[in-house]
Design a protein around this ligand. Structure first.
Ligand code: SF4
Length: 284
């Protein structure tokens, strides 16, 4: 309850992003966080509005740059639990460079991507996650590009936590966000989050028919990276659940020396006048 605020989301009725918002709020409450312990940093797109709809620290950033901002927040105050969020266009097109390097850097951040396989805010253009042959205003004859596979890319980039869910499965999504928040390192959670207004192909019914839930494979071992890659490819990237987790690798901030462990916000950073003059002299 405490992660709700009074702002009414202006998403279209039925948009998948409502469930993602609810899942974040539930997960944060379930793991015992207080609003002042959480920061939600978002990019641009319909999904980017989410940071304004959660009662926590929030910043609606710029297109494709949620992750650089989120990493700065985490390095400045590692006591905060940091969630970065955005859409597939935001994170896998303009922001893809940041996504790959944030994954391999492995700061303790949870990145939640609302993957609707289209650009919704700009009224329906083909995104990197749109299927080959997908027809929109930007590809009226059908997209001739292949679909990008964020799960394969994440594993190749050295991800320590990769999960995927569906906004209609609130129980699974909430549980995966809880696991992502508890993971000590970078966690990527890709969420199939239908755009009911502009994507008439990848609908709720379409996802229900095509999703492969990892619960079907009781022997699946999420610590096996090769098995994870194989399963992603076998299911054409449609599997949901905890796909891969490496609990051994330390997070960036735990390995980086020289930052100190105390939040910068709590450190005394004031310089004495003579220290300041000395510092300036070094640059003359
Ligand atoms: Fe959601 Fe699509 Fe509406 Fe944007 S345009 S709020 S993604 S349904």
């Amino acid at each position: 309850k405490e992660f709700r605020n009074n702002v009414k989301p202006n998403w279209c009725p039925g948009c998948g992003d409502f469930s993602v918002q609810a899942a974040i709020q539930r997960a944060a409450a379930n793991i015992g966080l207080e609003p002042e312990q959480l920061a939600v940093i978002s990019g641009i797109g319909c999904s980017g509005r989410i940071s304004g709809y959660i009662n926590a620290y929030g910043l609606h950033g710029i297109h494709g740059r949620a992750l650089p901002i989120a990493q700065g927040v985490k390095l400045a105050n590692r006591e905060l639990t940091v969630i970065a969020s955005g859409g597939d266009g935001d994170g896998f097109a303009i922001g893809m460079g940041h996504t790959v390097h944030a994954i391999r850097r492995n700061l303790d951040i949870t990145y939640i991507v609302m993957d609707n396989q289209i650009y919704g805010l700009t009224k329906g253009q083909t995104s990197p996650r749109s299927a080959e042959g997908f027809k929109t205003k930007s590809t009226p004859e059908g997209s001739i590009e292949t679909t990008l596979s964020p799960l394969e890319i994440a594993l190749s980039a050295g991800a320590t936590f990769v999960a995927q869910s569906f906004s209609s499965d609130l129980k699974q999504l909430t549980s995966l966000i809880e696991q992502g928040l508890a993971h000590k390192g970078f966690s990527l959670i890709n969420v199939f989050s239908p755009c009911v207004t502009f994507n008439k192909i990848n609908t709720y019914d379409w996802f229900k028919e095509n999703i492969v839930n990892l619960d079907q494979f009781p022997d699946y071992d999420p610590s096996n990276r090769i098995a994870a890659m194989n399963k992603i490819m076998e299911t054409h990237g449609m599997l949901t659940g905890l796909i891969y987790q490496n609990k051994e690798r330390k997070s960036y901030e735990d390995m980086a020396v020289g930052f100190g462990t105390e939040a910068l916000a709590k450190q005394d950073l004031t310089l004495a006048r003579e220290d300041f003059d000395k510092l300036l002299a070094e640059f003359k």
